[in-house]
Design a protein around this ligand. Structure first.
Ligand code: SF4
Length: 384
């Protein structure tokens, strides 16, 4: 009989498990703290638990790490791990150190079924959802490995922020995601504030509404296009949840969100979504002229090209001109610094290993993006 992986439980789940073993509630809290605050994987080290409980757990349960396939450290300190999740699948996790924070970018699925055109994970197709234990193992391992490596003083955290922006669409793995988020937020777990945990979605509207109720952390929305025809091509989920519905869901989410804005991600693709006309269309979308005004910050992401995409990154002057249209209108707009691009750890480059069950590569062959989606005769910023 395989052992129960305790990383699959949030505190409520672990409490129910311990109660099932005839243990009191506070024992679950002690166990939870040993696992997540101290990184213990060996029950015999949990010295304030009764020996009888430790023996019981040793027979029945385990804290299951993910096997590390590889680790790469970038010149800028970014670390990328490839974790084996079985059956020929591997997922990537990236640690991004900055002066005032340490951010971990966590994967939620082996592959992704959304199939965004500019995303190397999307091109690989989808294999399966990760379990809560596999999502949390990425944080558990990274935090405790780095604490040892950096000789972090007791009680100090290395990872201060988590972004669910690795491989996968987190809101298409909702049932596993929510207990993982709750463990990140739990004071007996990682104690991260809601503002420091971000779920990034391509716009799964019904699940945005559920997250708002169940676990409202910070929200980032992958927008990437200002109009439905173009977004239908770049983010196929738009055909199911078009921009009008997405923007309304963003506004509803803000009722409960820990921040008073949504972060919109916009990957800058040369000649596809980066013209000045499109910048103005984007402005109209978010400032209330084409629907509700959505308080937001805009994050422009320089595209990291990969051969199968057939796309290239917007030139720097296009990005600057595009940003200026939005900044001049008062929208907080930043251009994301690329980190770890020497180890393929930058945004959109996470590829892992995926045993595709969706024939994504075939679906993606339907290049090029139709002219009607691009907007015919759109003036290019660098032509002005
Ligand atoms: S950008 Fe996100 S939602 Fe789109 S294919 Fe990549 S992982 Fe999936």
């Amino acid at each position: 009989m395989s052992k129960v992986n305790l990383l699959n439980f949030d505190l409520d789940g672990l409490t129910a498990y311990c109660e099932g073993l005839g243990e009191k509630r506070f024992r679950a809290t002690q166990l939870f703290r040993w696992i997540h605050q101290r990184g213990a994987a060996d029950f015999s080290a949990m010295t304030d638990l009764a020996k009888s409980l430790r023996d019981k757990l040793t027979g029945l349960a385990e804290i299951r790490p993910l096997p590390v396939v590889s680790e790469h450290v970038s010149a800028d300190g970014t670390i990328k791990w490839l974790f084996d999740v079985g059956a020929g699948n591997a997922v990537e996790t990236v640690f991004i150190p900055e002066d005032d924070r340490g951010t971990l970018c966590v994967s939620s699925q082996a592959g992704c079924a959304v199939g965004c055109r500019f995303c190397s994970t999307g091109h690989q197709g989808f294999s399966r959802n990760l379990t809560t234990g596999e999502i949390l193992a990425q944080l558990w391992q990274a935090e405790h490995v780095l604490r040892l490596r950096l000789k972090t003083p007791a009680g100090e955290r290395v990872i201060t922020n988590v972004v669910m922006m690795g491989m996968g669409e987190p809101l298409q793995n909702y049932d596993a995601l929510v207990p993982a988020l709750r463990t990140m937020l739990d004071d007996h777990g990682y104690g991260l504030s809601r503002r420091r945990v971000t779920v990034s979605t391509s716009g799964v509207v019904p699940m945005m509404d559920r997250l708002r109720v169940d676990c409202p952390v910070a929200l980032a929305v992958s927008l990437h296009a200002p109009t439905d025809p173009l977004r239908n091509e770049l983010v196929p989920l738009n055909r199911k949840y078009p921009l009008e519905e997405l923007m309304a869901a963003c506004l509803r989410y803000l009722d409960a969100a820990p921040r008073d804005f949504i972060t919109f991600e916009y990957c800058m693709l040369d000649g596809v979504n980066d013209s000045l006309v499109q910048a103005r269309e984007l402005l109209a979308l978010i400032d209330g002229r084409r629907g509700p005004r959505v308080p937001c910050k805009l994050n422009l992401i320089p595209f990291n090209p990969f051969p199968a995409s057939g796309l290239t990154c917007s030139p720097k002057d296009s990005v600057t001109a595009f940003a200026k249209v939005l900044q001049d209108a008062g929208v907080v707009t930043t251009v994301r610094k690329t980190r770890g691009d020497d180890i393929d750890a930058a945004c959109g480059q996470l590829a892992g290993e995926v045993q595709d069950r969706t024939r994504a590569a075939e679906r993606m062959k339907r290049l090029p993006i139709p002219v009607v989606a691009l907007g015919a005769a759109v003036p290019r910023p660098h032509e002005h």
